[in-house]
Design a binder for this molecule. Structure first.
Ligand SMILES: [Zn+2]
Length: 227
């Protein structure tokens, strides 16, 4: 049983690469945003989660993500830990995307993963992308209104009006508006990047891959570093 954690700035293609990698290696694709969005979608007015006696409003969490701000780390860690325990008990190998995303979440999650999986089998892959590319790609991104598949700008996707996977309408997400991308990028720089040092302190293997290439080439590079 193994765990691969994919990290990288918004627009680095984590989701697309995760789909390819999960299929190739038979991993369970664990997508934190999907879990969180489902929880927020089901939430009724006034719903809260209570963690260690503290209440967190789900309506408030929804507002954060619309502005490009990460969900409250305690809430995300709570959701993710629950799911991971279930999957580990089922003997699944995991591909984590979107977790951990903050130092707080990392400190909650990594010890749990090390307990459930052999630490030698936990690998981190960092997809690198420049700030300019991050902004360029995200301001031109459209997303499927149903299956949430992101469509990044390219010659092949230019004329698309419907999702190539499920046929639903493509929309521009609230958090892809330019001001919000800048917030997301800042969140990545200030809150996600410090995790890299933490992973090293924890003795985990980190491999870097250049994200500014075609989808196929990034995929090839990932397969090479995964070994
Ligand atoms: Zn779709």
């Amino acid at each position: 049983m193994k765990v691969i954690i994919l990290i990288g700035p918004p627009g680095s293609g984590k989701g697309t690469q995760a789909e390819l990698l999960a299929e190739k290696l038979g991993l369970f694709y664990f997508e934190t945003s999907k879990i969180g969005e489902a929880k927020l979608k089901q939430a009724k007015k006034g719903d809260c989660v209570v963690i260690d006696g503290q209440k967190y409003s789900l309506a408030q969490e929804k507002k954060l993500s619309e502005k490009g701000i990460l969900w409250t780390p305690a809430v995300v860690a709570f959701w993710v830990k629950q799911e991971i325990e279930k999957l580990a008990n089922q003997g699944k190998s995991l591909l984590l995307v979107g977790s951990p995303r903050t130092l707080y979440e990392g400190k909650e999650l990594i010890p749990l993963l090390k307990k459930l999986y052999d630490p030698k089998n936990i690998q981190i892959i960092l997809i690198k992308l420049s700030k300019e590319q991050t902004i360029w790609r995200n301001t031109r991104r459209r997303t499927c209104s149903e299956c949430r598949r992101p469509i990044f700008p390219s010659e092949e996707t230019k004329k698309l009006t419907q999702c190539p996977k499920c046929g639903a309408k493509l929309v521009v997400r609230e958090d892809d508006k330019k001001e919000n991308i800048k917030v997301r990028l800042k969140e990545y720089e200030e809150r996600t990047k410090p995790l890299i040092e933490y992973f090293k302190e924890e003795g985990l293997k980190i491999k870097e891959v250049e994200g500014e290439q075609s989808i196929e080439d990034v995929h090839k590079d990932i397969l090479e570093v995964v070994g």
